[in-house]
Design a protein around this ligand. Sequence first.
Ligand code: S3P
Length: 432
Amino acid sequence: MRFHQIDKAAGLRGEVAIPGDKSISHRAVMFGSLALGTTEITNFLQGADCLSTISCFQKLGITIDNLTGNENEPERIIIHGKGLNGLSVSSDVLDVGNSGTTIRLISGILAAQPFESVLTGDASIQKRPMKRIMEPLSEMGADVKSLSGNDCAPLRIMGQPLHSIHYHSKVASAQVKSAILLAGLYSDGITKVTEPIISRNHSELMLRTFGAKVWTEGTTAILEPHPSLEGQKINVPGDISSAAYFIAAGLIVPGSDILIKNVGINPTRDGILKVAKAMGGKITLLNEDYEGEPRADIHVAYSELHGITIEGDIIPTLIDELPIIAVMAAAASGTTLIKDAAELKVKESNRIDVMVENLSAMGCSIEGTEDGMRIEGGNPLNGSVIDSYDDHRIAMSFAIAALIAHGESEIKNSDCVSISYPSFYSDLQKLY
Ligand code: S3P
């Protein structure tokens, strides 16, 4: 489907179960491949990005079964891991599709293998900055080259023996941190990564589950090399970044009352909940639980939101939610200011420019800044033609904006939601 048309909605009601977390699904495949023995993953995200990770590890010689479920057993991924040194050379180029997490994390692993690999991806991936991983990996002794000479993919990686480093990252980026930690698994000493603000810590938590010695001191992640990783059972919580669209819809569509089931609420990811509450949102966590990662059901009801300033340490905890937060801000009364979020410019699209273009088209008063956006909310939105720029989070954000806009909206290239949430439109439709 290249277009999706959405009309203004009355209240959304009912329950929605959110598919598995994208970041955690990627890591479960990667760490399961590097562990000895079988890893079984349930509630794995069957989105295009995570399937790219599976396909890369299959090309590196790992057997991975993607089993459909039945009444007795849930859908499962089974990984037949071969240990830290069990990967073999791929005769093919490794294609990561649209996935920044795949290319950056796998680079850390491939940097240490005794063979050469070539990585590429789609048009968006070929524009995203890779210098942020090439620099620290090179400091560790890696040989990573951008084949087009612009510090972007395609990348050629010639595996090398690696040394450990203490890297001080300029950006709070879990992809950078994880790439270095994964290379650190193969290095000659203790690896440390210090970030300006702590980024999502799924790699640290899950590497520990698989048996690695990894810990955190302040904003520094520290890892010992050469652990014996052992296969695990991983039950992936629902993705809070996907739940965010339903949280926003529940809050801004008058008359809504929704229960969002089994959502990951890791504190390095839960900024959307804090922001929604600070804007006046009625949100309650129910059935809180812990299995490798914290999770809960989230109840949301229609609320009259007001604008706030979002800046500083909270930004990495909601970086992927800023497009939908901008939609909430358009529905809220008063001004919302988003600062310290220059990273938005180097995501799957330039999310500052694309939000400004599309929210303006809907009649919202919004201005892009160097590191964020200023949104004057509260005016009615009108339906419009929206260009998703093939960015899944933009398409989903505007599907929600369309629910409160007068008239019909049309989202171009709407099928890009399959990157992180293939059943998004049908799940949304079940609520109204
Ligand atoms: C991710 C980290 C974040 C996030 C991305 C997933 C991860 O990127 O935006 O969607 O799984 O590690 P950065 O590391 O570039 O901030």
